[in-house]
Design a protein around this ligand. Structure first.
Ligand SMILES: C[S@@+](CC[C@H](N)C(=O)[O-])C[C@H]1O[C@@H](n2cnc3c(N)ncnc32)[C@H](O)[C@@H]1O
Length: 156
């Protein structure tokens, strides 16, 4: 039921580590798989999904998790004015509104973006140009697997 609609286990493990004690926002909940895992270590998780059928599945999965809030609708609209968050996981909501995502992120907070093809240049790649190039961020691109890179960026 959830094939292809959740972060891979390596990214989920990374997020659980990075989320410890933080208030987390997730853009794109899908079926709530990653939100449920991250909630094990985060202080709180707010996750947003615009597909009603996915929201229904996520609601069942996340029911009873006291530190998780599931919102239905567009992530930018739903999260506008919320936060700031200690970790923002950008996993949907393309094209990414990086200024909005940065506004959601507290100083010292993390922005995580997965699903990147390793070895690509930053030039011409809007995700890498922003996360690796914006002077308000310090970022590293790491391999989650040989086939997938992840960027972890810290807001100064
Ligand atoms: C890769 S899936 C998310 C997987 C989830 N983060 C996980 O790891 O379990 C991306 C999701 O983003 C949702 N999405 C796309 N654009 C969105 C938007 N503007 N606001 C909210 N959700 C959006 C899609 O419907 C899809 O379910």
């Amino acid at each position: 039921m959830t094939g292809g609609a959740a972060a891979i286990p390596e990214v989920q493990a990374l997020l659980r580590v990075l989320a410890i004690g933080r208030d987390v926002a997730e853009l794109g909940a899908a079926y709530g798989e990653t939100a449920a895992l991250v909630a094990q270590t985060a202080r709180s998780v707010v996750t947003v999904e615009r597909d009603p059928e996915r929201v229904a599945v996520a609601r069942e999965r996340l029911r009873g998790l006291a530190n998780v809030e599931l919102l239905e609708g567009d992530a930018y609209e739903q999260l506008s004015g919320r936060g700031p968050f200690g970790l923002v996981f950008a996993d949907g909501a393309r094209p990414y509104d990086w200024e909005a995502i940065l506004a959601l992120t507290e100083p010292g907070g993390l922005v995580v973006k997965d699903d990147l093809t390793p070895g690509r240049p930053a030039a011409g790649d809007d995700v890498r140009e922003f996360l690796l190039g914006d002077p308000r961020l310090v970022a590293a691109e790491i391999l989650a697997t040989p086939e997938m890179a992840v960027i972890v960026a810290v807001r100064r």
